[in-house]
Design a protein around this ligand. Structure first.
Ligand code: PGA
Length: 308
């Protein structure tokens, strides 16, 4: 049986996603590319791996067997990589970190400080939203992930780094800027510029309004905190963002915090990996660095939000 690792990788992605199209997206391949790899794998083992029923695909018996083995092979390769990294030591390892879009505001600063102390380590940083991070954790794709609350239903080892208060912002000179403890019900008539679905900020904000039984009207949706801040400044609506994203805007007074009832929304940052994952020395060194030094490198803009 002549099988390549690439074929197994493509096969696993199709099996996990139960779709050729989704697997193609995840692997950044074309759909015909995925189909071809599966065809080649099927012809080399001599059995069909999937069957099509209506629009859905299912693993055949052979497919199920192959899936178990391909998971095992990929797990062993991951372990081999860690063992090799261990032999290289902290001095010249590789570090693959993923962080939530919002966390990138401080994570790059932390990585830079870490990189200065560990010049031999090659670092790769992926910045994406909560939903994508959940998937990466599930697939055990990265060494460590920095995000908000650990995702439900997934076994992870999560260590809290620090607070992540979400605050409400308005453009300078907004009529509500000088008001105190503005009742939440007032905001049922306002429109908010929001992050995309799948963002932790969006999820926490929607849950907060739901728990307080107050309507929350979303206007324009954006995938970047920078764009949201600019849109709020331009008067397109109010915004709810992490205080970590606001350093410059609050200093220069381009945006102002609104003193909304029960704000800030309380959230925290965590550094995490899948339970049972063996961390390479480089990953372990980075994790220790983050937990010990984060507060030294990250200054929350001086607001009431961080004084609780
Ligand atoms: P984000 O933030 O996905 O909105 O960037 C992460 C989080 O708060 O969990």
């Amino acid at each position: 049986m002549h099988v390549t690792l690439r074929q197994l990788e493509v096969f696993s992605a199709v099996a996990r996603n139960e779709s050729f199209t989704k697997a193609a997206e995840v692997l950044h391949l074309s759909q015909p590319g995925v189909s071809m790899q599966i065809k080649q794998l099927e012809s080399s083992i001599g059995l069909q791996l999937f069957e099509h029923v209506g629009k859905k695909i299912y693993l055949t018996d052979a497919g199920r067997e192959m899936f178990v083995y391909s998971q095992g092979i990929s797990h062993m390769l991951d372990e081999a990589e860690v063992v090799i990294e261990e032999l290289k030591g902290v001095r010249s390892g590789k570090l693959a970190i993923s962080v939530a879009t919002t966390a990138s505001h401080f994570a790059t600063r932390l990585l830079a400080a870490f990189a200065k102390q560990h010049k031999g380590i090659t670092i790769s940083l992926d910045i994406t939203n909560r939903e994508a991070l959940r998937y990466q954790l599930e697939q055990n794709e990265r060494d460590l992930v920095i995000m908000g609350q650990p995702p439900k239903g997934l076994d992870v080892v999560a260590d809290e780094i620090m607070e992540n208060p979400l605050v409400m912002v308005a453009p300078a000179g907004h009529p509500l800027v000088n008001e105190k403890n503005i009742p939440l019900s007032h905001f049922a008539n306002e429109e908010f510029v929001v992050r995309e679905k799948g963002s932790g900020t969006r999820f926490a904000t929607e849950r907060f309004f739901e728990q307080h039984d107050v309507g929350f009207h979303t206007g324009i949706e954006m995938t970047s905190n920078e764009a949201i801040k600019q849109a709020v400044e331009a008067g397109l609506g109010l915004g709810i963002v992490s205080i970590h994203t606001l350093e410059l805007e609050l200093e220069t007074g381009r945006l102002q915090l609104l003193d909304a009832e029960d704000f800030p929304i309380r959230r925290h940052w965590y550094i995490m990996q899948r339970t049972g994952k063996r961390l390479s020395p480089a990953a372990q060194a980075f994790k220790t660095f983050v937990l010990e030094k984060a507060k030294e490198f990250i200054r929350l803009p001086g607001t009431e939000a961080d004084q609780h």
